[in-house]
Design a protein around this ligand. Structure first.
Ligand code: C5P
Length: 285
């Protein structure tokens, strides 16, 4: 038996850090959307208890440090099923990029193992299991376009997907550690995007309004550390993007364009500058 799951990347159209909580996590308010850039995971059962991960990515550990491994271990502990799994990960989403690749792989693993061992797992239970592994996993389990709050566990789907547009992603050759960013920021010095205005713009399908309200509290910190982030953003706007913002803790910058020809122009213009450039759309379903 073989189970295949797709793991779509996510983008942050808005990310606001509200405050640091007593448990050390940060209270967030985000607008997130899944995109049509995805990893592909194949699951096959193993009779003994081993967890074996194979991947085409040279960047990822395949042991306990891997989110897929941790997700299977958490499920085995919680659901007490007998047997292991062989997972093949075809990695297409850039790693340590702010695109939620690791979280989406873990979410796909929860779905895949649930199907493989017919666990009939409760969605809320899986969400609880996921948080210590990655705070973007609850969103990745639901996908689409959502308001995400708390430390990432409260996912409220929006009534509408993004208005028709193209998204250009540019990932510079630097890797950002999310724990490091959160441990270094001074919450009192952060800017605050208007997440309510962003949410309303999407629900009203108002593209112009949407482009006015993209924003990310973490962008100033990551850009100061990696000036290339700001440079990419400036170039995207210079080449005609309607708006641009860093995704997650970075370093990927996303640009919105209402016309495909404009998105192509932005992407082609950035290709001489960065190797990893994609034109994607958000997922509606
Ligand atoms: O999402 P992920 O689990 O990869 O986050 C990595 C780290 O970032 C967390 O362990 C935590 O230190 C920090 N973080 C935070 N507040 C959040 C999400 C993540 O402080 N809401």
């Amino acid at each position: 038996m073989e189970i295949i799951e797709k793991a779509p990347a996510k983008i942050n159209l808005g990310l606001d850090v509200l405050y640091k909580r007593d448990d050390g996590y940060h209270e967030l308010e985000m607008i997130m959307a899944s995109i049509d850039l995805a990893d592909r995971l194949t699951f096959t059962p193993i009779k003994d208890e081993r967890i074996i991960i194979e991947t085409n990515s040279g960047f990822l550990p395949t042991d306990r440090k891997n989110n897929i491994f941790q997700a299977i271990e958490a499920m085995k502990k919680h659901y007490q099923f007998k047997g292991g799994a062989h997972v093949t990960l075809q990695k297409n989403i850039p790693v340590a990029a702010g695109l939620g690749g690791g979280s989406s792989d873990a979410a796909a693993t929860f779905r895949g193992i649930n199907r493989l061992y017919n666990l009939q797992a409760d969605f809320e239970d899986l969400k609880q299991l996921s948080i210590p592994i990655g705070t973007d996993i609850p969103f990745c389990m639901e996908g689409k376009t959502a308001l995400v709050t708390g430390l990432g566990e409260i996912v409220t789907p929006l009534s509408q997907a993004l208005p028709q547009c193209w998204v250009v992603l540019v990932k510079p050759r630097v890797s950002v550690s999310t724990p490091r960013v959160f441990s270094k920021i001074d919450v009192d010095e952060l800017g605050h995007p208007n997440i309510t205005a962003l949410k309303n713009a999407i629900e009203n399908q108002d593209y112009n309004e949407l482009t006015q309200h993209l924003g990310n509290s973490l962008e100033t910190y990551t850009s100061a550390k990696f000036p290339v982030v700001q440079l990419i953003k400036e170039k995207m706007l210079q080449f005609g993007a309607d708006a641009a913002v860093m995704s997650g803790s970075g370093p990927t910058v996303i640009a919105l364009c209402d016309k495909h020809s404009r998105a192509l122009h932005v992407a082609n213009s950035l290709k001489g500058f960065c190797q990893e450039v994609y034109i994607v759309r958000t997922l509606n379903k």
